[in-house]
Ligand binder design. Structure first.
Ligand code: SP5
Ligand code: ZN
Length: 342
């Protein structure tokens, strides 16, 4: 299958992630892309193409304009305010405070727009986020034009990003932006199947009251795992969207026997929906050696996931989300894609 890739995604190279009270080099680093693309080449998965540029219109079809323009200027404002490190929020509009007045200085704005503190803002973040979205949209257009599958090697990832919030390494919600474009270009129904280890809180929230996008997610139980405050099984959608949000929280230590049984259930739900397009939010942080996750999938399991997705028989767009076991991220990702192709 075709892969869409851009070196522009590497413009984000943050120095810091807040992890266990220390500032460490981020798990979500530019080498992730190099390792995956090397594996795509080594296995002859298929042609690698550069994305087209789409500008901000498709981003603004999902995200709040104030949020997008905040991300565009945040690093400059932070530096201009004389801060010495990367941009990290220290206060949020949490319970018992007001969330309806946006502060007008950077230290307050960043708390308003961040959903988590691990993700530092730095120079190049906005450009990389735009490149990531261009990759998703180019891959989408290929699937829509040909009916053939495509892989968007997005980075930074997207599924934690909500209408007006970034965090969990995500800025623009690539899967949501692609789903909306598919609908705008004639699809009637789109399904997003999120198999990243973490719940796709942003994607869920964006489509929570809609029936034209079905969101189905398998993930670590939010009672134990990031993002902690969304992703429970009783979140099934509201209004027109009732019944079109499906969460499968799974316990720490889940291995492929239980995970794949749940995947089959998820695929069956997607199948009943009969979407015109399936978008798979691909995370390989379900791998047994992932440094920040707790499932136990092994490299061969990813090949089997690809095969099961192929049997679902739908036009399919794969978009990269998480996966941080640097040594194996290329093998696991390409196993999934080649399992689909086989
Ligand atoms: C896209 C995606 O996979 N985002 C995940 C964001 C998770 N951020 C919180 C990470 C907490 C890591 N704690 C790990 C402890 C090991 N030192
Ligand atoms: Zn993840």
């Amino acid at each position: 299958m075709l892969t869409f890739h851009s070196e522009r995604t590497k413009k984000r190279d943050a120095m810091t992630e807040l992890d266990g009270g220390r500032l460490v080099r981020p798990f979500e680093c530019p080498e992730r892309v190099d390792i995956i693309i090397d594996r795509v080449r080594a296995t002859d998965l298929g042609e690698i193409r550069a994305p087209e540029e789409y500008g901000l219109d498709p981003v603004l079809a999902i995200h709040d304009a104030g949020y997008v323009h905040f991300l565009e200027r945040a690093w400059d404002d932070w530096s201009a305010a004389g801060m010495e490190g990367e941009a990290i929020p220290t206060i949020w509009p949490t319970r018992r405070m007001r969330g309806d007045v946006i502060p007008d200085t950077i230290a307050g704005e960043i708390g308003y727009y961040a959903l988590a503190a691990e993700t530092s803002l730095c120079a190049g973040t906005f450009e990389a986020a735009q490149a990531s979205t261009d990759i998703a949209l180019s891959a989408l257009d290929h699937v829509m034009a040909t009916g053939n599958p495509a892989f968007g090697l997005c980075r930074p990832p997207g599924h934690h990003a909500a209408v007006d919030q970034y965090g969990g390494y995500c800025f623009f919600n690539n899967a949501a932006i692609a789903a909306q474009r598919a609908l705008d270009r004639g699809a009637a129904k789109v399904a997003v199947l999120d198999i990243d280890f973490h719940h796709g809180n942003g994607t869920q929230d964006i489509f929570y009251d809609r029936d034209d996008v079905l969101f189905v997610s398998l993930h670590g139980d939010p009672r134990q795992e990031f993002p902690f405050f969304l992703g429970h099984a009783d979140e099934t959608g509201t209004g027109a969207g009732r019944g079109f949000n499906v969460n499968y929280p799974l316990p720490s230590g889940t291995g492929y026997a239980d995970w794949s049984e749940t995947l089959d259930e998820a695929i069956a739900r997607v199948h009943r929906y009969q979407p015109d397009l399936l978008i798979v939010s691909v995370g390989v942080d379900t791998f047994e050696h992932d440094p920040i996750s707790s499932f136990r999938l092994i490299s061969e399991d990813f090949t089997d996931i690809g095969r099961r997705l192929r049997r679902a028989g739908m036009p399919t767009l794969f978009l990269m989300e998480g996966g941080y076991a640097i040594a194996e991220i290329g093998i696991n990702t390409v196993n999934l894609l080649s399992g689909f192709d086989s």
